[in-house]
Design a protein around this ligand. Structure first.
Ligand SMILES: NC(=O)C1=CN([C@@H]2O[C@H](COP(=O)(O)OP(=O)(O)OC[C@H]3O[C@@H](n4cnc5c(N)ncnc54)[C@H](O)[C@@H]3O)[C@@H](O)[C@H]2O)C=CC1
Ligand SMILES: O=C(O)[C@@H]1CCC=N1
Length: 267
């Protein structure tokens, strides 16, 4: 039997996943999506040729339900789904903070649940999806989740106790790099460059640095040292970064993101 997958709460990350699954070769007729607003449903139907359904219909018709609403909306969505979800369904939650036990407690006893933290680079097939199994998820269910998320980037299994930290590093991670690019582009303006040139220079530096980090096998410290000539320009910039506590700011920032993920679990 062909497996049907439904994305419930198709906002930014839900749409990113949906588009990735279609790029990876999933047939549109095997994908269902749910939305809160009818205009959004029409947009997704038109853009991707997928069927839009209600949450109860998604639960009745799809084998795998990917829950992609905000953590704050999860309780209500599960209330709506509970009467229709049978234990032969696989539930995959992409919501920050929400634990597998939160979901298990609200659905039929024995329902398999998997928690996944993806990130927006799934849009360009360079995502990272961090996967943890709930109490009733079988190895086959985990393999299925890996197939879905592996089509749009890398996957990593972690114990669920590490998910809040992974959310801080990986789920939110792209935002920190976008923020740095935005700030460094402003620095280019300060130095008198046109914005478009400043943007292109920083984006290419980011791409080059990312590929080196991935492919060179060198430690980031070594890569940075290779750029930092004695009495040169880079060390002057590094001194300013140290003076302004950028390393400490990053430690605190990611800790704050991890703490927020924990808070979201509490509702
Ligand atoms: N944006 C990101 O980079 C990432 C987000 N996430 C998680 O994904 C989830 C969604 O985040 P975003 O896509 O950024 O938010 P979003 O607000 O763009 O999408 C959530 C969507 O769910 C819909 N929704 C809410 N309740 C619903 C219901 N009962 N039935 C149908 N649709 C419903 C909303 O209308 C909205 O379109 C969150 O739980 C977040 O923690 C996870 C990884 C990365
Ligand atoms: O900011 C958030 O809460 C979501 C989860 C990870 C990335 N975006």
């Amino acid at each position: 039997m062909t497996q049907k997958v439904a994305v419930l709460g198709t906002g930014k990350i839900g749409e990113a996943l949906l588009s990735g699954m279609l790029r990876a070769g999933w047939a549109p007729e095997n994908l269902l999506v749910t939305t809160r607003r009818p205009e959004r449903a029409a947009e997704l139907r038109e853009r991707y040729g997928v069927e839009t359904v209600t949450n109860p219909d998604a639960a009745k018709r799809a084998d795998t339900l990917i829950l992609a609403c905000k953590p704050q909306d999860m309780g209500k969505l599960l209330e709506e789904l509970a009467p229709h979800v049978t234990t032969d369904r696989l539930i995959i939650s992409a919501a920050a903070g929400i634990t597998t036990s939160f979901i298990e407690d609200r659905l039929a006893e024995g329902t398999p649940v998997i928690r996944v933290m993806p990130n927006t680079p799934v849009l360009v097939d360079e995502g990272m999806s961090v996967i943890s199994a709930g109490s009733h998820a079988t190895p086959a269910a985990l393999t299925h989740a890996e197939e879905i998320f592996g089509a749009v980037g890398k996957t990593l299994h972690v114990p669920e106790s590490q998910q809040d930290a992974c959310t801080a590093l990986s789920g939110s991670g792209p935002a920190y790099f976008f923020y740095l690019v935005e700030a460094m582009t402003d620095a280019g303006i300060l130095l008198g460059l046109p914005r478009d040139k400043a943007h292109d220079l920083i984006v290419q530096a980011a791409i080059g640095a990312a590929v080196m980090l991935r492919d060179s096998g060198e430690h980031p410290v070594k890569l940075r040292e290779n750029v930092t000539s004695p009495a040169g320009t880079t060390i002057n910039a590094i001194r300013e970064l140290e003076n302004h506590g950028v390393r400490a700011a990053l430690l605190s920032a990611l800790e704050a993101a991890r703490d927020r993920s924990r808070e979201l679990a509490a509702g």
